[in-house]
Design a protein around this ligand. Structure first.
Ligand SMILES: [Zn+2]
Length: 401
């Protein structure tokens, strides 16, 4: 069976100075329009209890463009500005549906610099991409091929904190769905990135530790620099570059990993870590590992959907580490430094593999009850799980050890 999905392909590109200036101007206008529309919607609501629709903000934009002080909005392509209003609309829809917080203003320094072009604002022909208001095509590094005969529906241009330029191309792709019988439980860890119920341990990408030390050093260096100085700007860029390198390696690693897991398994069970994340731990390792887990889960969700797999998310209320996956007995204490333990039934457990097996068992129990498959995107935003919380085996357990 084959399935057509919308898929984004991201590439680096190198703009000419003219293109860079045009894009920087566009990013600025996108941010301004977004913030002004947000301001208008917030005022209408707080002062007059009025809801402002997307169409109304669109009319506002037309008005702004006619004023003298905002006439510069006419200098950039109108499509990214219109898209900014659509993004704001989505942010409000998510807020009303209680999936997200109230939309916040885009900051010049911290927000992602990006602009979205739809079909009327770009031309893609013979492998050349031209954006509105630009004569030359973008100099794109085609690091992997687009699907044959791909037609693009959306082009998103962005620049990251390290100053690198990217273009993300959204197009249709056909995915072959090959059924498989594999099942796997996945436990998130700190020392090893993931542990599978099969006993396999997946470690963090190589160099990650060294990069982390480099990041800590760069951050210490940045903290010593005087505010507003040129050296501080330089130090900040350095931090951004190390961050970018860590992010790139990790994303690459996670892409390979999630593709493999989804190819090999029909049912994949993961734990919902939102609960665990309530425990504040400000260590760098923890922050990076949590970011990695969120990314892993997002990738797993959409790839499972593409390939027709079941992704089950179980809540982390049941004591997956303390529970013997062989006999169901519950150990009394399980401090974090205990890596292996022996149950009263004689089974010697690796802590993480045992946890992964319990996660798998809980997930399969939930699927058997018919409660397992749930709306996937939704769940990752709200962090709520429809999966049953207790492991059916846990009730049989007798505290031992
Ligand atoms: Zn046991």
């Amino acid at each position: 069976m084959a399935r057509t999905v919308k898929r984004a392909f991201k590439y680096r590109f190198y703009p000419t100075p003219g293109q860079a200036a045009e894009l920087a101007r566009t990013f600025g206008c996108v941010r301004l329009v977004y913030n002004m529309a947000l301001q208008a919607r917030t005022e209408a609501w707080t002062l007059r209890r009025q809801r402002v629709s997307y169409n109304a903000t669109s009319a506002l934009l037309t008005g702004w463009k006619k004023t003298e002080e905002l006439a510069f909005l006419n200098e950039v392509s109108s499509v990214p500005l219109q898209q900014a209003l659509r993004h704001l609309q989505v942010a409000f829809t998510n807020f009303w549906a209680k999936r997200a917080r109230y939309p916040s203003f885009k900051s010049r320094k911290r927000s992602r610099r990006s602009a979205e072009y739809t079909t009327s604002a770009f031309r893609f022909r013979d492998g050349e991409l031209r954006l509105a208001k630009m004569s030359a095509p973008l100099d794109i590094v085609w690091s992997r091929p687009l699907p044959a005969g791909a037609s693009l529906s959306t082009v998103t241009v962005s620049q990251d904190a390290a100053g690198r330029w990217f273009v993300s191309l959204l197009c249709d792709d056909v995915i072959e769905q090959v059924p498989t019988l594999g099942v796997v439980g996945i436990d998130a860890g700190l020392d090893s990135l993931l542990t599978l119920s099969t006993g396999e341990k997946i470690v963090n990408p190589r160099h990650e530790r060294a990069n982390r030390q480099r990041l800590a050093k760069a951050q210490r260096n940045l903290a010593r620099k005087k505010k507003g100085s040129a050296n501080r700007a330089k130090a900040r860029l350095k931090v951004a570059r190390v961050h970018a390198r860590i992010g790139d390696r990790r994303r690459d690693h996670l892409h390979k990993l999630t593709t493999r897991l989804v190819r090999e398994n029909q049912t994949l069970v993961i734990e919902d870590l939102t609960v665990r994340n309530m425990v504040k731990n400000r260590s760098l390792a923890r922050a990076i590992s949590d970011a990695g887990w969120r990314q892993f889960r997002t990738m797993l969700e959409y790839k499972a959907d593409w390939h027709g797999r079941n992704l089950v998310v179980v809540d982390r209320w049941f004591p997956s580490s303390k529970l013997c996956s062989t006999c169901g007995a519950l150990a009394e204490r399980m401090p974090l430094n205990v890596r292996t333990w022996t149950c009263r039934c004689g089974t010697v457990h690796d802590r993480d593999v045992n946890a992964a097996r319990n996660i798998l068992a809980a997930g399969l129990a939930v699927t058997a009850c018919g409660d397992g498959v749930r709306p996937q995107r939704e769940s990752s935003r709200t962090g709520r799980s429809s999966a049953k919380q207790e492991n059916p085996r846990a009730t049989k357990g007798v505290p031992v050890l």
